[in-house]
Design a protein around this ligand. Structure first.
Ligand SMILES: C[S@@+](CC[C@H](N)C(=O)[O-])C[C@H]1O[C@@H](n2cnc3c(N)ncnc32)[C@H](O)[C@@H]1O
Length: 279
């Protein structure tokens, strides 16, 4: 089979299963299978696939048809211009989160700050901050040891492992002994309501439940973080949540005596909050 025929076949297969972007997925899967750039695929429609390559490509398409997220099959996801390895233990970093990281990079470039990335997952936020803010130091926590294995690997691959320390535990708890050093907390924690979980697309439900689901109508994990911030005297935090949760979170933030400001994402949605005093 030739490159063009393989692509046409894959697009049809993916389309049959209502995969949202069959053309892009087919192109990326073929590019991954052949170890060639997308541009090479487009420029070589008449190139023949070996039997071995065709089998691997068909296997990859089958996995995608069965709902495996594209980036788990590819094994990586680009975030803030960096290549992050991903697997079933971590959330695939989302492009919306890049807006928050971009904001922080601009705001905190002046001097050396120490950040805490809470619920680091693949390390997307913490590792990107370490890379783009070379004066910074980062602490990153996660409740999942499997996620921390991935995050540590990404920090090493990207060459920032000397300025980022990973700790396992509940939110700020593992940072008790270094809490006075932390200038800014950043958290993209689970915020999907239990009642909304079953409505999520199949491939999103293949990401770790622990990375998505939160109690108390989606704000339970953030409530615990806010309570810990109060206990430990943290005065600046940035969080990512859904626009729908901002109202209820705001009431809780006020009840603890913190101020807050909402930051919109690049699509104009109210997605981020600064809690406390912005430095
Ligand atoms: C939505 S994912 C975000 C991952 C990453 N920050 C990103 O933006 O791609 C949430 C992460 O929080 C972690 N997590 C959930 N509950 C936690 C807790 N109580 N303490 C620490 N981490 C937690 C999950 O394991 C998961 O890696």
């Amino acid at each position: 089979m030739k490159v063009k025929e393989a692509l046409t076949w894959a697009i049809r297969q993916l389309d049959l299963d209502f995969i949202a972007k069959p053309k892009i997925d087919a192109l990326l899967l073929l590019s991954h299978t052949l170890g060639k750039k997308k541009e090479w695929i487009s420029a070589h429609p008449g190139e023949s696939l070996s039997q071995e390559a065709l089998k691997s490509f068909k296997d990859a398409v089958e996995k995608r048809r069965n709902g495996k997220p594209l980036h788990y099959i590819l094994g990586c996801k680009e975030f803030m211009g960096l290549k992050f390895e991903v697997n079933e233990s971590v959330l695939i970093p989302r492009f919306e989160t890049e807006d928050l990281v971009g904001y922080l990079i601009e705001r905190y470039a002046r001097r050396a700050y120490t950040f805490a990335d809470i619920g680091t997952g693949s390390g997307a936020i913490g590792v990107s901050l370490a890379y783009h803010l070379p004066l910074s130091h980062i602490y990153a926590t996660d409740i999942s040891e499997e996620a921390l294995v991935v995050a540590r690997k990404n920090a090493k691959n990207i060459g920032v492992d000397e300025r980022i320390k990973f700790l396992k535990g509940d939110l700020l708890e593992p940072l008790k002994d270094v809490i006075d050093r932390i200038d800014v907390v950043i958290a993209n924690l689970p915020y999907v309501k239990v009642e909304d979980y079953e409505e999520l697309p199949l491939d999103v439900r293949r990401e770790p439940e622990q990375a998505l689901l939160s109690s108390e109508r989606g704000i339970g994990v953030y409530k615990t973080l806010l309570l810990q911030m109060k206990t430990y005297g943290i005065s600046t935090a940035y969080i990512e949540c859904t626009p729908a949760e901002i109202g209820e979170l705001t009431a809780f933030i006020f009840s603890l005596g913190f101020g807050h400001r909402v930051i919109k994402d690049s699509g104009g949605a109210e997605r981020f909050m600064v809690i406390g005093v912005e430095i």
